[in-house]
Design a protein around this ligand. Sequence first.
Ligand code: G3H
Ligand code: 13P
Ligand code: NA
Ligand code: ZN
Length: 328
Amino acid sequence: ALISLRQMLDHAAEYGYGVPAFNVNNLEQMRAIMEAADKTDSPVIVQASAGARKYAGAPFLRHLILAAIEEFPHIPVCMHQDHGTSPAVCQRSIQLGFSSVMMDGSLGEDGKTPTSYEYNVDVTRRTVEMAHACGVSVEGELGCLGSLETGMAGEEDGIGAEGVLDHSQMLTDPEEAADFVKQTGVDALAIAIGTSHGAYKFTRPPTGDILAIEQIKAIHQRIPDTHLVMHGSSSVPQEWLKIINEFGGEIPETYGVPVEEIVEGIKFGVRKVNIDTDLRLASTGAVRRFMAQNPAEFDPRKFLAKTVDAMRDICIARYEAFGTAGNA
Ligand code: G3H
Ligand code: 13P
Ligand code: NA
Ligand code: ZN
């Protein structure tokens, strides 16, 4: 059944677990997520970005998610729009039947320029007004995601935009978070606590202090009824990097957020955990390996089935680690 983010995360908060939010662009990702949820009895958040809408087309994406709900009617599914850049974009998704939208007012309509606090409050408040009238939940974002290690804004290609953010913009302030929630009425809030988007988060193996746990605790204490969201939560599995590079890939040494640290974050109030990169890496590794080992094969179903297997295993591992399993 289709349910809102508010409904799903209220349950997660009551029982103290987290829910991974996987990005979806194609049939294989959708199948992997649903099969993993079915196997572990987990509720599902699937999210579609602007890039996903561009790739698959909004109607295909919408029907992909609706098809998942039809095939797995016993699993609660939240259909979430990731990183909306304006109230108008969110309105379109609400019209399409999404049960949750993210209004990311921390960045401008170009999706990359940091904005003022007043701008963020204004666009987010307007989105909440419209969405709540339709029974749709809203996620806002306060603070810009960056890497505390490199002092750079997260960049998907590994080339950081140096100097775009200063250190204070990179950690969400608890008092400002309280004011933001009061002024906007968001259901969930994405906070900057040391993660960044993409595969290139850290250049050295993490030593157990990636997340600003004290910050999470302080924010959660200030806004206990607003569900905290952690973007940039891929763990960048080293075993998949190895397979990619073994079979012709060239991905430089890089590290993500260890699963144990995410579990620690969930303990202190994180409820929605955004993951995209890990499934991308697993897919690429599975395709590269299959192609190298089966050079005469040309039926795409053969290598695409391998991507489903690879992604499903990661989804299962996250559902189990985050305590999502058993809560469908
Ligand atoms: O937040 C970014 C997500 O990983 C989605 O990426 O915009 O390339 O679809 P995308
Ligand atoms: P990753 O790039 O770490 O997978 O994060 C995805 C994300 O935050 C989508 O909004
Ligand atoms: Na989101
Ligand atoms: Zn994100």
